[in-house]
Design a protein around this ligand. Structure first.
Ligand code: TNX
Length: 546
């Protein structure tokens, strides 16, 4: 096939300039010293300047590609998923370039194209990776799946000037730096989490956050839908959960909830960004909103008042009441029906008023209910007190000593890694930062270097990498009022966790990461993403519009 032989030819020419990831200095020297006809090298970045850093990069800045008025996006015929991703790319590039960038499906591709292929990729790219080849003739992005093409597009947009993210026409030029990338994730699970219970966030805010996660190749959003202060997902068989239990939020301000249609809209939007939504219904603790909504769920038959403070650990479902299990079954059945993913998170943390026997009695039944609706349970790692085959445990304590988690891992349990002292995006960056009333500090301060400076594959003593499904960055919202607060806590730490989830450990290098992260700042400015100007990062000035 014409395309793939051109592809191989390109590879061969590049052997001489193979650069290992981490060789930033060499990349910069080459960039500065090389020029090529027709392309303004001064405006080209490097294929290495990506977060998460790609597994393998061969930079060839002398062979860069310029997107022009006549560039086309050519997608392999026969795949609607690939065509959809092609239109997604067009929609990203169109506003700032002002070019039409038509998406065509064709068997042969001429020059001046950005090709999206579902063949010819290095087999190591697997189900989510991609292979990117840039020459003066064009861009060839190949993968085995539409998800892989989507990941490659996130890389492509990062190696264009930050102004590519503008929603109106910018001067350019739009140079894609030459070279090639073979890239694929270290961990299958690369998660973020958002607490929509303590403060409620609108469907549009969640969609926006999903777009921001996708930029960094995060593939899972765990939504914490219920807690003491509010129940945020409509359950038709128990309507007061939301109409009464979702009315307010922390501080007693108006809250809200997702109708089932809203939730399905979030799930579908996430799918379009190759992000899986995992819903969490936290139980048996963290249930005051439910207990306040239905008196009959309480052991004494009396509904407690609704509470909007941020205390934890005081509430529990009544584990000896049969109605409790009917309730759990109804809720899980309805949530399962809305969830294409095979997992439902059932919380299980901080049921501090419940004796351990009661906890185990409840969690045994709750896990069986999840399975009866065709899903696998995930729980915060306390769920390991009620072990069940196939349940995934999410480690969340600070520190590396967790013998119970190590024992479960040794017995075959998969672990999501969210150590609070590295991944909790609701922790303050530093005393009083990002602002006196934003963020908590019970797990310590987490600066960017702390968020980056741990290895999910070895962090918990006795848990080996093969037991680790991947890292997740939780974002609890006790102090977060809207999307701008979410962004301020997530950026720049979320990209650090994202890199730990995606990039091979052999690339781990704080100085190099810091330099690549700095380049994201101007992008966030153009995109209107609020972020903490961490003093650890040498943020460049925003590129002046020429
Ligand atoms: C602990 S992490 C909690 C949450 C709080 C969070 C605040 C976990 C499983 N439980 O209920 O919101 O700390 O950082």
């Amino acid at each position: 096939m014409r395309v793939s032989s051109a592809h191989r030819h390109t590879r061969a020419r590049r052997l001489a300039v193979a650069l290992t990831v981490g060789a930033m200095a060499l990349t910069s020297i080459l960039l500065g010293a090389t020029t090529s006809a027709g392309v303004d090298q001064a405006s080209a970045g490097s294929l290495h300047d990506v977060v998460p850093v790609p597994a393998e990069v061969e930079a060839d800045p002398g062979d860069s590609f310029r997107i022009t008025q006549t560039t086309r996006i050519a997608v392999v015929p026969g795949s609607t998923a690939a065509a959809t991703v092609g239109r997604y790319l067009r929609d990203i590039l169109r506003p700032a370039t002002g070019y039409g960038l038509p998406v065509t499906q064709a068997d042969g591709f001429g020059p001046n194209t950005i090709q999206l292929l579902l063949s010819g990729a290095d087999p190591r790219v697997g189900q989510e990776g991609y292979d990117l080849d840039v020459t003066a003739d064009g861009v060839v992005l190949s993968a085995q799946t539409a998800a892989g093409l989507f990941a490659g597009i996130q890389t492509l947009r990062q190696v264009l000037p930050p102004t590519i993210e503008a929603d109106d026409r910018q001067p350019g030029p739009w140079v894609v730096p030459g070279g090639s990338i073979v890239d694929f994730p270290r961990f299958a699970y690369r998660g973020a989490h958002l607490d929509v219970a303590r403060h409620f966030f609108t469907v549009d805010e969640v969609k926006q956050y999903i777009d921001e996660l996708a930029l960094y190749k995060i593939n899972t959003l765990h939504l914490h839908l219920t807690d003491d202060q509010g129940w945020r997902i409509q359950i038709n068989s128990w309507p007061r959960l939301t109409t009464f239990g979702g009315e307010f939020e922390v501080g007693g301000t108006p809250g809200g909830y997702y109708t089932q249609a809203d939730f399905s809209e979030i799930v579908a939007y996430a799918q379009s960004r190759f992000v899986t939504i995992i819903p969490e219904i936290d139980m048996p603790g963290h249930t005051n909103a439910a207990l306040a909504s239905y008196a009959e769920l309480n052991c004494d038959g009396v509904a407690p008042p609704r509470r909007f403070d941020i205390a934890v650990g005081y509430s529990s479902l009544c584990v000896d009441l049969e109605l409790t299990y009917q309730f759990v079954d109804d809720v899980i059945r309805e949530v399962a029906a809305l969830t294409p993913a095979p997992y439902i998170h059932i919380g299980g943390d901080e049921a501090l008023t419940l004796p351990v026997e009661g906890y185990i009695q409840f969690m045994d039944r709750a896990q069986a209910i999840v399975r009866s609706h065709g899903k696998l349970p995930i729980g915060w790692h306390q769920i390991l007190q009620a072990p069940a085959a196939g349940t995934v445990a999410q480690y969340w304590f600070p520190g590396s000593d967790a013998p119970d988690v190590a024992a479960a891992a040794a017995a075959g349990t998969r672990i999501i890694m969210s150590p609070a002292d590295h991944t909790y995006l609701d922790m303050k960056y530093a005393p009083g930062q990002p602002a006196p009333d934003i963020g908590l500090q019970w797990a310590g301060f987490i600066e960017v270097q702390d968020a980056y400076g741990w290895d999910p594959g070895t962090f918990v003593n006795g848990v080996s990498e093969s037991s680790v499904w991947g890292p997740e960055a939780p974002l609890w919202s006790e102090t977060l009022l809207d999307l701008s607060y979410i962004e301020l806590m997530a950026f720049p730490r979320l990209p650090a966790i994202a890199e730990l989830g995606w990039s091979p450990w052999s690339t781990h290098d704080w100085e190099d990461f810091r330099d690549r992260l700095a380049l994201q700042g101007p992008r966030w400015e153009v995109m209107g993403i609020n972020f903490y100007r961490s003093p650890q990062i040498a943020w460049p000035a925003l590129q002046p519009a020429a």
